[in-house]
Design a protein around this ligand. Structure first.
Ligand SMILES: [Fe+2]
Length: 201
């Protein structure tokens, strides 16, 4: 009986301490549940983009296609998205939120994807990611979380604009080349010089 009571008392004290800690911690960081959720949605979007880029990269790197320039470019994009995801995970932890690492949708089949198709797909992905980041800034300003708004603006949005600019010039140039196989071969060769990728293990 006495043991039961002291157990209850201990449990009660621990809950009180834990609630007090949570309250102080969250107050100190001014971190709302809304922003915690926004960051987790962004983490998932970056994870999805990473997987979709990796899927594009391997489809071009396959020996049957051997477009190593495009493969190298999309592999670089995959690594950038992983880096974005990791930055957001670190940010979530820094603010006292819990990163939600969850599954992503299966990739679409890229067997017959041309260079132009791939860059158009990439352009669409970057626009969607940018819109999501901008929505996050609006929500952050709404709850007066100026730090998250500044973090997204300074760390992510400039890079997004540069990325969209680079990808849209690839779309324009590849559209101009049309189905000229010789020109497309040279285009990929130029990409391979900028974004080398080796399958050596
Ligand atoms: Fe990203």
């Amino acid at each position: 009986m006495l043991q039961n009571q002291s157990h209850k008392l201990l449990k009660y004290s621990l809950t009180k301490i834990s609630n007090l800690f949570k309250l102080r911690y969250l107050d100190y960081h001014n971190y709302s549940k809304k922003i915690e959720e926004v960051v987790n949605i962004q983490i998932q979007a970056e994870q999805q983009a990473a997987q979709d880029y990796l899927n594009l990269a391997v489809s071009f790197l396959h020996p049957l296609k051997s477009l190593h320039g495009a493969g190298g470019f999309f592999f670089k994009m995959y690594k950038e998205e992983i880096d974005h995801m990791e930055k957001l995970i670190r940010y979530q932890l820094l603010r006292g939120g819990l990163p939600n690492i969850c599954g992503v949708d299966p990739p679409s089949k890229n067997k017959n994807t041309t260079l132009l198709d791939a860059f158009k797909q990439s352009y669409k992905m970057e626009i969607e990611i940018t819109k999501l980041l901008e929505q996050g800034v609006v929500i952050a300003e709404g709850v007066k979380d100026y730090h998250y708004a500044e973090f997204v603006t300074s760390v992510f949005l400039t890079e997004q604009i540069q990325s969209i600019h680079e990808i849209s010039s690839h779309v324009a140039q590849l559209t101009a080349l049309g189905n000229n196989h010789h020109a497309l071969y040279h285009y990929d060769w130029k990409l391979a010089k900028m974004y080398p990728y080796s399958v050596k293990i």
